[in-house]
Design a protein around this ligand. Sequence first.
Ligand SMILES: [Ca+2]
Length: 265
Amino acid sequence: MSTSRWTLSVCAGAVLLLGILAGCSRTNKTPTDNSNGISAPVDQPQNLDVAAIDYKPVLLLGGVNGDGILDPKCEYTVTVYYRDAQNNLVGLQGATVELKWVNYPWAYPCRQFCLPADDAKAQTGQISDFDPIEDYWEISNITDAQGKARFRVSGYSTSTAGCPGECDETTHRRIHLVVTAPGGGEPVWHVGPFFATPRLSGVDGVTSADQSILLGDMYCGPASYHERSDLDGNGIVNGADLSIFLGIQFGQGSLAAPTACELPQ
Ligand SMILES: [Ca+2]
């Protein structure tokens, strides 16, 4: 194992612990609830620092359409900001955003991740790296004119057991989110998202079989929480998650199972 991978492994444990300690709270910095209204100027200044980031708390492992393209409804976004001369947060174009995790079974139990062999079927600009020996995953993209980096990762839950389930689904297992300014410099590390999925049955696309599992997780009981079905990442599984699920089920983007999941374990 290389030094960098070893360092990451140690960091993964620390970040995972932070995620567990954070429980169901959202740890992302949110400079505005209307980040879509912020755009970078055409003549963005040089040598800007990362002032803040805004990211979804959950990354959805979806299916693919008939052409093998990952479901756009499961797109994951990170928005990066700098501060302008008036101290406003403005979308930072050209920053590098990386998602990193080591797929230890104890860290992400009952999850299978999948990426297409062709990055173009995942997300424009996305570059994926997978090390089958260490089960190390690294996915990167560059922020656009609005400061947004976009990602898609496919996969599914490997546990179909009902309430309370065969895996501990009560805590958020988060991954690393690493941001580097356009001019380079020291990367900034954050506690990133956890993984949920509409592909709860682990076979085919998103179907009624998956819906049955989600409904089971919804009504499992007030003392139970199922991370796998928390599609909006707010710490509870309820009708809001079912609404997202139905949008995916009938959205034509998760019609089939990905074909690149048979990776070494
Ligand atoms: Ca939820």
